[in-house]
Design a binder for this molecule. Sequence first.
Ligand code: B4P
Length: 193
Amino acid sequence: MFNLILFGPPGSGKGTQSERLVDKYRLKHLSTGELLRSEISQLTALGLEAKNFMDKGQLVPDHVVIGMISTALDANRESSGFLFDGFPRTEVQAEALDKLLQEKNTSIRVVLALKVSEEELIKRLLNRGLTSGRVDDVTETVIRERIAEYHRKTSPVADYYDRSGKVVYVEGEGSVDHIFDQLCEEIDKRIAE
Ligand code: B4P
């Protein structure tokens, strides 16, 4: 089983690159952002709880997203590997993921971390807000709060995986094709090992 995390601040291109990577490597794509938006559109209790946090640019409580990922892992036992997109976003989530994977006799092989400047992130998200219908992409205050949450709670996740030498930084500015090629190069190296 080959499991990887695509890591980076909001708007760094995790969703964009994930779509291509899962296609190429036949991985199961697990995006907590997408799972949460699907719960919101179905008006579930979980979705309604999550919406309060997401609309303000805040992270959804750990127990909610960990529960969702645990269910998704169980529902995809036959998968040849997982691409985690937007998860884990806190150290508590990272520890929980390690445990869940351990129970399945597997682990994270690599964390690919996209590097993008704050100015570029804000530009991309405001631009997406013009068409995405996503409340959290529309106002600069909410976008800045998401970036602040990233610095407060999510960037320590890279340090967590760095301790086991699993993090590789990839330049996230430039053409989508070029960034994709860089990510594939890192994955191919590890598949060949
Ligand atoms: P997510 O859905 O994960 O969204 P994101 O971080 O904003 O976007 P991503 O990095 O995937 O950017 P994308 O490729 O789309 O999270 C949304 C919210 O859900 C969070 O704020 C939080 O509240 C909640 N949540 C999710 N997971 C959680 C967790 N684990 N714990 C707690 N809460 C959680 O790219 C953005 C834009 O840039 C697009 O318009 C794209 O076209 C453009 N773009 C991409 N690559 C580009 C490039 N190379 N050049 C120019 N533009 C590019």
